[in-house]
Write a protein that binds this ligand. Structure first.
Ligand code: ATP
Ligand code: MG
Length: 425
């Protein structure tokens, strides 16, 4: 006997009992993107490894240790996308989207990172991401946050808070970098190996460390706030002013730095305490230099990515949504009626009632067993095809939930009219 093969560690399946949560969530989120005038793009799972190295940055968790990279048959290094920003910039440049027009783009697709699997952290996970090109902000940065808030409202999430910070312009970051290096040099003894290896390459990444032993040295580190130029301060305070005017609550967290290299000006995270340690459900910020770094002309850019898996987990854990039946009607037939008659009738009804969700019983077991399946399907009505009905040319319709309706003999037109109402409920 051959052995069962199970799925890879850190990967997951979505079974029919949960897929409706994914579908509803995607419908809500992408519906809002549509209403704000954002357009969908799709890019490949595989890209040249170099794309991620040059945009995400060499000294980041993602590039250093999390990529699924391998050589293709020609010996070129290719990688499964670990995030969507690099691919979006490549797509926009390669397809000439950035010549004159600004762009508001979104994607919804799986990402791949070789991480240590735990609750809320998988090796394949889905992100809905938004990337906007050609606006210097901060109005567009505010729009992204307001759109996020709108999404949480429509999803029915509670206890989500917004943390914001500014990393300033690349010049501010350079000045800050120097003082950070000096600070950490004074505490070399408490830095772990990872921090030491980052000290001169990307010291801001040390602030993002999750090592508890380094908490005190991070807590006493200088803050970017003290190294901001007037331009950077103005950009940030204008963003906060728009959020205030729109009544969106936030907390400025001066220690917030994002994991990837390309950010400047505002960065943010939406966090919930209801998911344990992996509480960030959405993160993003501005990345004005990336397009230029990827060979395009200077183009301001900003965006975010939300972790769809974590949102689904939150909705399921907190039982925020109730599953409603997807079936309107279930067709039952007496075994003396040929299957061809039932199938033909079902197709005719489907044409007469657009949008009708109808299940046809396969085979013709006893009425009792067919009714059981009809009940289990959650259908509002059963149509029963029996010998007498076929002979009389009418249809027996039984309400499975509405007691007052009971079972009625109806003409085809009457039946169609009742089923049409059922699809609208
Ligand atoms: P962390 O610091 O938690 O590793 P990150 O900086 O790597 O986060 P981003 O690259 O900004 O995360 O991704 C944006 C969002 O995508 C995260 O806030 C999270 O919701 C989700 N996400 C990231 N990595 C994973 C993962 N391995 N599994 C599930 N969701 C993830
Ligand atoms: Mg990460």
């Amino acid at each position: 006997m051959s052995k069962k093969v199970n799925r890879l560690r850190g990967m997951y399946d979505v079974t029919p009992d949960q897929v409706w949560v994914w579908q509803k969530l995607e419908q809500i989120v992408t519906g809002i993107l549509d209403r704000y005038g954002y357009q969908e793009i799709r890019f490949p799972v595989l890209e040249k490894t170099q794309l991620f190295h040059s945009s995400i940055g060499e000294v980041t968790d993602v590039v250093e240790k999390e990529m699924f990279s391998f050589e293709n048959r020609k010996g070129e290094s290719v990688s499964m996308r670990p995030e969507g920003t690099a691919s979006t910039v490549r797509l926009a440049l390669q397809n000439g989207l950035l010549f004159n027009d600004p762009q508001k783009l979104w994607y919804n697709c799986p990402m791949f990172r070789y991480e240590k699997p735990q609750k809320g952290r998988n090796r394949q996970f889905s992100q809905v991401g938004v990337e906007v090109f050609g606006f210097e902000g901060p109005d567009v940065d505010a729009e992204l946050l307001l759109m996020n808030w709108h999404m949480w409202q429509e999803l029915g999430l509670k206890n989500v808070r917004l943390e914001l910070n500014t990393l300033g312009t690349p010049e501010c970051r350079n000045a800050y970098r120097e003082v950070l290096i000096t600070h950490f040099e004074e505490h070399l003894d408490v830095l772990d190996e990872e921090a030491k290896s980052r000290l001169y390459k990307n010291p801001m990444r040390i602030l993002d460390s999750k090592n508890p032993a380094m908490k005190p040295v991070i807590a006493t580190a200088p803050l970017i706030q003290d190294y901001l130029s007037q331009e950077a301060k103005d950009h940030f305070s204008e963003l906060l002013a728009i959020l205030d005017a729109c009544g969106l609550e936030y907390q400025v967290n001066p220690k917030l730095v994002r994991g990837l290299d390309y950010y400047s000006h505002n960065v943010f995270e939406w966090i919930t305490d209801d998911l344990g340690a992996q509480g960030t459900i959405c993160a993003g910020g501005r990345y004005d230099k990336l397009v230029e770094m990827q060979g395009g002309k200077p183009t301001p850019a900003t965006g975010f990515a939300m972790g769809v898996d974590r949102l689904v987990e939150l909705i399921v854990d907190q039982q925020l949504w109730q599953h409603e039946s997807q079936t309107d009607v279930y067709l039952i037939r007496d075994k003396v009626i040929p299957a061809s008659d039932a199938m033909k009738l079902a197709e005719k009804i489907r044409q007469s009632v657009p949008g009708l969700k109808m299940m046809v019983n396969m085979g013709a077991a006893s009425f009792k067993s067919q009714f059981k399946k009809a009940d289990k399907s959650g259908a509002k009505f059963a149509i029963i095809l029996g010998e007498a009905e076929m002979a009389a040319g009418d249809f027996s319709v039984k309400a499975l939930q509405d007691r007052d309706f009971g079972q009625q003999q109806l003409s085809y037109e009457q039946m169609v009219s009742i089923l049409s109402t059922a699809t609208q409920q």
